[in-house]
Design a protein. Structure first.
Length: 412
């Protein structure tokens, strides 16, 4: 019985304005208009406050200067009231006028100095208030950008179900958020289709290969089969096995290109030991020595995929080695907040310009397509994809004297 697919979440509402309308964009509450009104209003209010404060200070200074004159008239004579105002003894009219003018000028200079000092303090206080208020208002205006950024970071962690769903006026930020939500809808549909394709391909490709292998093994188990038929069966069985490896590698490569959602503590030393155990027999058959000290280095990730990194690097190191006296060194350590797995080996001289090609699917040293019995050409591609999915990286360097040094670094 067919099941009804779950309804896909509706896309966020589109802006109510038409980009082709020459009038509506002028009336939109855009960010430019809002910021212009906000900061223009703030400057206007700050100017009014500063003007009012200066007016009050000026009025107070004038009141003080008129209420406290530096001289007074007693019995028809002018007498100074402070030490700053000196009058001559028995002055003439002109001398008295000059002395009074000098006293008043000195009094006004003192009033201006006091006004300037008070105005500077008022300006400093208003500046602090204006900066604090502007910082708060800028944070409020730009808060949708923070929401968009947080959602983008969550999506970067492979949580494609997250949406911004920004409310508010149809300004540039809402337009950006709605466009981002629409893009996430398309990405989620594409990612879901990819997962469904990988699952279906896994079944459809593995099943016929498994049937072919079973049929070939049954025919090869017949002791009465002709020698030519047995030889053909072994050749077909090897080809079928190679196809199975290719399918498994492609499916693993498709799965490992994504971030790892479920993570558990994994010790790289234990992962490396398992890889060594799996290639130990092949290394002995080729006369390759496996050595190296492996210290504990615990990371958060998928143990199966991390084991695949170690296994692929070890298989390459063993298979692409020198005929005699070869060795492979495997070390693990925790250093500078990172777990490091290093696999170095003897082997043919690798030019530095060939290093990047080694990580491309189906490419090997001096060979663009697969064509040997050493693998299907996906080992390093899978290792790099798995490392990236765990937030790490893998670096290959030519070893002096031949061979490679493969360094995998993962965050702890």
């Amino acid at each position: 019985m067919a099941t009804t697919p779950a309804p896909h979440p509706q896309a966020p509402p589109k802006p109510t304005w038409d980009p082709r309308d020459p009038v509506r964009p002028l009336l939109r509450p855009t960010i430019r208009i809002r910021l212009t009104l906000l900061y223009g209003g703030m400057f206007l209010i700050a100017g009014i406050l500063l003007l009012s404060i200066i007016y009050l200070f000026t009025a107070q200074a004038l009141s003080d200067s008129t209420s406290q004159l530096p001289f007074k008239v007693v019995n028809g004579t002018v007498q100074p009231t402070s030490s700053i105002c000196q009058l001559p003894v028995n002055p003439t009219g002109d001398q008295l006028n000059d002395a009074v003018t000098l006293c008043l000028r000195h009094q006004s200079d003192r009033a201006l100095d006091d006004l300037l000092r008070r105005s500077l303090f008022a300006l400093l206080g208003l500046s602090i208030i204006a900066f604090a208020f502007g910082y708060a208002m800028a944070g409020r205006v730009l808060s949708p950008l923070g929401r968009i950024t947080r959602t983008a970071r969550q999506v970067a962690g492979s949580d494609l179900s997250r949406r911004i769903e920004l409310d508010g006026p149809d300004d540039e930020l809402k337009e950006l958020a709605d466009t981002f939500d629409e893009m996430l809808d398309r990405l989620e549909r594409a990612f879901t289709a990819q997962q469904r394709f990988v699952a279906n391909a896994s079944h459809e490709l593995r099943t016929p290969l498994a049937i072919n292998r079973t049929l070939l093994e049954v025919h090869l188990s017949d002791p009465g089969a002709p020698v030519e038929l047995q030889q053909l069966g072994k050749t077909l069985l090897a080809t079928n096995e190679r196809s199975e490896q290719l399918v498994e590698g492609l499916l693993l490569l498709a799965r490992s290109d994504n971030q790892i959602i479920e993570r558990k503590p994994v010790d790289l030393a234990e992962v490396a030991e398992r890889g060594v155990d799996q290639v130990h027999a092949e290394a002995e058959a080729k006369g390759v020595e496996i050595r190296g000290a492996r210290a504990s280095a615990v990371v958060q990730g998928n143990g199966v995929l991390l084991e695949r990194i170690a296994l692929n690097l070890l298989q390459n190191a063993v298979r692409y080695n020198v005929p005699e006296g070869g060795w492979v060194e495997v070390t693990t350590e925790a250093k500078d907040g990172q777990a490091v797995l290093v696999v170095s080996n003897t082997g043919p001289v690798v030019p530095a310009y060939e290093i990047d090609n080694l990580f491309e699917p189906f490419r090997r040293l001096r060979q663009e397509r697969t064509g040997s019995d050493k693998g299907v050409g996906l080992g390093l591609s899978i290792a790099r994809s798995v490392a990236r999915a765990h937030g790490g990286r893998i670096i290959a360097e030519p070893r002096e004297g031949g061979g490679l040094v493969m360094r995998v670094t993962l965050p702890i």
